[in-house]
Design a protein around this ligand. Sequence first.
Ligand code: NAD
Length: 248
Amino acid sequence: MSKRLAVVTGGIGGLGTEICRHLARDGRRVIAVDLATRSERLEAFMDEVSDFDGTIGFAPADISDFNSCRALVEGIESAHGNIDILVNAAGITRDASLRKMTPEQWHQLMRVNLDGIFNTSRQVVEGMCERGFGRIVNLSSVNGQTGQFGQTNYSAAKAGVHGFSMALARETARKGVTVNTVSPGYCDTPMVAAVAPAVREQIVADIPVGRLGSPADIARAVAFLAADDAGYITGANLPVNGGYFMSF
Ligand SMILES: NC(=O)c1ccc[n+]([C@@H]2O[C@H](COP(=O)([O-])OP(=O)(O)OC[C@H]3O[C@@H](n4cnc5c(N)ncnc54)[C@H](O)[C@@H]3O)[C@@H](O)[C@H]2O)c1
């Protein structure tokens, strides 16, 4: 059997890069998908994955656009074969308290963080079900579970990501396709580096484990759910947050 093919959206981002590396280390062929406009970051990414001997490739797409995702999946499948694993890690923030939030901030975020998951999953789910194997892992956030000041848009979208995952998990459970969510806490990535230093210090003080999460902490969880022998876990949310939010 040829090696499983994984597609990781937001694949050149802070978490996405490490997810690509971890999946490649697990023996998967990996395509990182990200915006074509990030050419500087792409160059650094290709450097960071150069030790994988071409196992990790790149394909540009805007996941907020349905047709762009259709062209993306057609292109990848005709060049590399069927997609077995989809990791939806692309995401943005557009923080503002609701009293100040503009419709653009609301809709831009929904188009990427929620529509994006529909746009990509919709392209791959049929083939996965026909072939009787698939793994879809969607990145949510602890802030989708707890809510966060200034993030009505982000928290709503991230809660929606898990609702989407549970519903799709039911639709595909009999076909060998699992759909799960990973909910990172605060991680040491550019997304969190953008938070004001005083707020960041308070966040770390509130994390029982006493540090921010590393991209490797998250990649480990994604790879676990993407494994061939993880077929009995579906519709689940795996929190990776250093104990910041505990629930049952
Ligand atoms: N970093 C954290 O602490 C943290 C915590 C909780 C959840 N998350 C979630 O994890 C995921 C990855 O976060 P990250 O820290 O790697 O963020 P990041 O900003 O480093 O990476 C996100 C990537 O998504 C890409 N992207 C944005 N819009 C896109 C689009 N329309 N089409 C294709 N790609 C697009 C960006 O170019 C970027 O490379 C996100 O969904 C985020 O919400 C992150």
